[in-house]
Design a protein around this ligand. Structure first.
Ligand code: NAD
Length: 335
């Protein structure tokens, strides 16, 4: 049995808390929102996952020190926009060598840093790792079979995380490619917005397959230029997460895209989805990274034009279809 602190009690933090508790671990959950902690203490329910019953012996607290002290593992599960501010709050209580596994997905718009890079900057004493893959909280909370990959700088840490999370309904693989895992997990949200927009416009399965396939081509081009490994983009945190995010109604990015495809503005769409739509932040970051690394990302460009320049979704699709003719893959020679 391990002692685990969960930092952030949104949907994903709570689905993982119950998974880890059911694996026999002692789980303490912290939230930045006191009313959220009170509600869980009183009702043993969480507002975004109404079917999930929170166990009697799970601890809910507003006290970050209590959540972090003496823990074998810390899980950071706050939305990406709060990762830096939360890490700053964690700093005074973090011990040397503390394993911190980040399960949020995103890129910081101002610095273009991945979330594990932010955690390493704010918690230099920690052993920072990631866990990512095609894993909607709604399904994990119902114990539906799910797979993820744990990325860490050492095999020992990756295997430790694997051993804590693995169960008959949650299979975990290991990888040393933290950067590739994180880039796949955050950039897919931008492609999911495009897939939603296509659905909202009434396009079909052909269009969806095109966006997924060309989307992973863009993600892989940028990801490898930044130092991620090509195999990772063909794995669970790459194509796996992209498929689930582009196909599932659980994806808030896709849902926001659908509303925009139906003619709503970005503000109207995000208000209606009522949750942080991380793809909107990642879209700007992805465009800036594509310029920095001089990598062509036509879908990312068009998503940005729709989100921030008032371009109509149908015009964006037309421009994608009619852009310069090209080959499918640059590394297959003609002989
Ligand atoms: N939901 C999923 O299925 C899922 C799956 C895999 C990864 N993720 C990733 O996990 C992260 C969290 O996602 P989620 O679905 O749990 O998000 P969510 O929208 O459910 O998170 C909202 C939570 O954020 C926390 N919060 C609010 N204001 C805060 C503040 N100022 N500081 C710190 N925390 C604050 C609160 O606990 C709130 O409940 C995201 O990066 C997401 O991409 C989510």
């Amino acid at each position: 049995m391990a002692k685990i602190g969960i930092i952030g009690s949104g949907s994903w933090g709570m689905a993982l808390s119950v998974l880890l508790y059911n694996n026999g671990h002692e789980v303490t959950v912290w939230s930045a929102l006191p009313e959220e902690i009170r509600e869980m203490q009183q009702t043993h329910r969480h507002h975004t996952l109404p079917d999930l019953v929170l166990p009697d012996h799970m601890v809910f607290t507003e006290d970050l020190e209590e959540t972090m002290t003496g823990k074998d593992l810390l899980v950071t599960a706050v939305p990406s926009v709060y990762v830096r501010s939360t890490a700053k709050r964690m700093n005074p209580f973090c011990r040397y060598g503390q394993v911190v596994v980040n399960v949020a997905k995103g890129i910081e718009e101002s610095s273009l840093m991945t979330l594990s890079e932010i955690l390493e900057e704010e918690l230099p004493m920690a052993d920072v790792a990631v866990l990512s893959g095609p894993s909607h909280a709604e399904e994990v909370s119902k114990s539906l079979p799910t797979t993820c990959v744990a990325g860490a700088t050492t095999r020992k840490t990756a295997e430790y995380i694997q051993s804590l999370f693995m169960s008959e309904v949650f299979r975990v693989y290991t990888s040393p490619d933290i950067l590739g895992i994180e880039l796949g997990g955050s950039l897919k949200n931008v492609i999911a917005l495009a897939a939603g927009i296509a659905d909202g416009l009434g396009y079909g399965d052909n269009t969806k397959a095109a966006l997924i396939t060309r989307g992973i081509a863009e993600i892989s081009r940028l990801g490898t230029a930044m130092g991620g490994k090509i195999q990772t983009f063909g794995g669970l945190s790459g194509i796996g997460d992209l498929i689930v995010t582009c196909a599932s109604m659980h994806s808030r990015n896709r849902r926001a895209g659908i509303l925009m495809g139906q003619g709503k503005t970005m503000e109207e769409a995000t208000n209606e989805v009522k949750m942080v739509v991380e793809g909107i932040y990642s879209a700007k970051a992805a465009l800036a990274l594509s310029e920095k690394y001089e990598v062509s990302m036509p879908i990312v460009e068009q998503v940005n034009a729709v989100l921030f320049e008032g371009k109509s979704a149908s015009e964006a699709v037309r421009d994608l279809m009619l852009r310069d003719k090209t080959i499918e893959s640059s590394d297959i020679p003609w002989e």
